[in-house]
Design a protein around this ligand. Structure first.
Ligand code: 5GP
Length: 179
């Protein structure tokens, strides 16, 4: 299918499933090599990474623990600033090598907050594994060790990524057609 409709927006086919899976497999092979004998904790960031994590981790063959986390934002009671907290973490990260599995890095602010929070637990190391990266949007210095695909600044959906809650359940990735 060359175009799809998600709510009020039209998206065109951007990255077909075969290409995504090829790149995901390559990254999994790198992880297998780098983490041999290390037993990493893999933290998949919900919601967007659920399909990526499932495909990636079925190609990862080193023993690992897998946990699904979310970065929740809320307004503090006593402050005006936004507080961001990692929720759903049920593994002790002390002294463990950690791999964060994220759908897409845009400005990089989400990953920067996540790193800040996770470092408080004194893990042995933290590496970022992103399906997609928009290098043109990055606002912070971020070391992304594993990245499947670099893309332009367009808004995309599919393969786990949503537009207003919809569009996550497609096999391919689609790009917004600007009207
Ligand atoms: P950042 O903090 O790096 O700017 O944004 C990261 C988050 O924004 C991603 O985890 C994702 O949820 C969302 N995001 C960024 N770009 C896109 C995009 O093109 N499409 C979708 N669906 N979400 C995006």
């Amino acid at each position: 299918m060359q175009t799809i409709q998600v709510k009020d927006k039209t998206f065109s086919l951007f990255i077909p499933e075969e290409k995504i899976l090829r790149e995901v497999k390559q990254v999994a092979m790198q992880i297998n090599k780098d983490f041999e004998g290390k037993e990493p904790v893999v933290l998949a960031v919900l919601n967007g990474s659920f399909i990526f994590a499932a495909d990636l981790l079925r190609e990862v063959n080193v023993p690992c623990e897998i946990s699904f986390v979310k970065l929740a934002s809320y307004q503090g009671v006593n402050t005006t600033g936004e507080i961001r907290e990692v929720i759903g973490l049920n593994v002790d990260l002390t002294g463990r090598p950690v791999i964060i599995v994220e759908d897409i890095v845009d400005t990089g602010l989400t990953m920067a907050h996540m790193l800040e929070e996770l470092k408080k637990q004194n893990p042995a190391s933290i590496d970022i594994c992103a399906l997609l990266l928009k290098p043109g949007k990055l606002q912070v210095e971020l070391d992304i060790k594993y990245c499947c695909l670099q893309i332009p600044n367009d808004f995309i959906v599919g393969y786990g990524l949503d537009y207003d809650g919809y569009g996550r359940n497609t096999r391919d990735i689609y790009s917004l057609i600007q009207n």
